[in-house]
Design a protein around this ligand. Structure first.
Ligand code: SF4
Length: 428
């Protein structure tokens, strides 16, 4: 069993305890899971997983079937036979990609997504994507990234996908105005709400990444100012900065406070007066505070344990402790990007215990010993913990549910109140 090793202490105010780093067995989905929400965002893209039957089962069962539209994902299954003929892989991919693009003229962007079976690891997918791009240009672009469970946790699939897009973003024209780029997949309804707020604030031009269509690839350069809408996009951020873009530092837009601080950081960057900001955001803020009031009655002083899973854990912990008065026992996160999460760390209670990485057995021992009122964890841990009498919330639900912005604050609080409500009703 791995020892827990303290790493360097935070340098920000707020949370002042040193995060603990753990390395051991993990309990998280792989990055292929990102396809489940990304294929809904990109309207003219297709995700072709190069993988095994296991990968195909994961994607099919998680994403379901698109009944009213052609699917935008599939798995090219490599089997044992292919191990013997790596030289034939190019021919095989030529055949599969060629057939797919012939049959689906709507596909303008194809992602080849790597996975972790040994036969796939041996394939140089980057080279294969370049080759396919040359073969099918200008009809379609072909990119690649890895969703392998060896390299990625489930939200890192989105990071890898968006990072693979950055090199093909066009350069800004010489006279480009200062542009806001909002980075990270958000539900369409939330994009619409933020767009209305930006318009009312007088912020623009603005664009969202991911975009809907390949024809809407946003330009990037030194006049691009970007803000992350999701906390798990470290590689994408680095790639954008390599292209000259500058990041606006802010907490993430969860809850009334997080949304206000996120929007205010953007407003300040674009020179919007505090008076305008207050006027435009006042009603949304009031609605958000009102919407969480009932859940707060139930959640206040409840003890919460967060297992590492989605990388949303720190922003969630901040929202729950500051807006719902939840008592944090332990906040786990698969990775802690200290720059991107600095504003979140500064808002967490000074003595909160943060654990980066995972040794699942040790974490389960601590969770059982603490007997929290509520545990946020992956699907694989939820049922066993429920069987032991603990209330749980699946962290993956927080990725599939719209939770950002003022109008979703109530729903976000309710997601945490619901398991407690359910248990109370069961006990009656
Ligand atoms: S990429 Fe690896 S972990 Fe993910 S489904 Fe395929 S085999 Fe399983």
């Amino acid at each position: 069993m791995n020892a827990i090793q303290p790493i360097k202490a935070n340098t920000v105010s707020g949370c002042s305890t040193a995060p603990i780093q753990e390395r051991g067995q993990r309990e998280v989905f792989c990055g292929l899971t990102g396809i489940v929400w990304l294929h809904r965002k990109f309207q003219d893209a297709f995700f072709l997983v190069v993988g095994s039957r296991t990968c195909a089962h994961l994607i099919q069962s998680a994403a379901g079937v698109m009944i009213f539209a052609e699917p935008r994902f599939a798995t090219a299954i490599l089997d044992e036979r292919d191990l013997a003929g790596i030289a034939d892989i190019d021919d095989e991919l030529d055949r599969v990609v060629g057939r797919l693009l012939d049959r689906r003229p709507d596909i303008k962007l194809l992602f080849l997504v790597g996975s972790c079976p040994s036969e796939v690891i041996k394939i140089d997918l980057k080279r294969a994507a370049l080759r396919q791009s040359r073969l099918h240009s200008p009809r379609a672009r072909v990119l690649s990234y890895s969703g392998s469970g060896i390299e990625t946790t489930f939200t890192q699939g989105e990071d890898a996908c968006l990072a693979s897009l950055v090199p093909i973003l066009p350069p800004e024209p010489a006279s480009a105005p200062k542009t806001l780029l909002i980075v990270g997949a958000l539900a369409d309804v939330i994009e619409g709400q933020f767009a209305r707020l930006f318009d009312e604030l007088g912020i623009g031009p603005y664009v969202f990444l991911p975009m809907r269509r390949v024809s809407e690839l946003p330009a990037v350069g030194s006049n691009t100012t970007y803000i992350l809408a999701q906390p798990f996009l470290g590689d994408t951020a680095r790639a954008l900065e390599d292209r000259g873009a500058k990041r606006i530092a802010a907490p993430f837009p969860l809850g009334e406070e997080g949304t206000t601080l996120w929007l205010r950081a953007i407003a300040q960057e674009f020179g919007i007066s505090e008076e305008t900001f207050d006027r435009v955001t006042a009603s949304g803020r009031a609605r958000a505070i009102q919407a969480i009031a009932n859940s707060k009655k139930l959640l206040a002083d409840k003890r919460l344990f967060l297992f590492p899973d989605s990388q949303l854990e720190l922003p969630l912990a901040r929202f729950l402790s500051r807006e719902l008065a939840v008592d944090l026992i332990e906040v786990g996160t698969p990775y802690l990007h200290r720059d991107h999460l600095a504003n979140e760390l500064s808002l967490l209670p000074a003595d909160v215990k943060i654990v980066e990485g995972q040794d699942v057995e040790m974490q389960l021992d601590r969770c059982r010993a603490a007997r929290p009122d509520l545990t946020l964890c992956g699907l694989g841990l939820a049922n066993p913990l429920e069987a032991e009498g603990l209330s749980t919330k699946w962290s993956i639900e927080l990725i599939f549910t719209p939770i950002q912005g003022y109008e979703q604050a109530g729903d976000l609080a309710e997601l945490f109140a619901r398991p407690l409500n359910r248990r109370t009703r069961l006990e009656v």
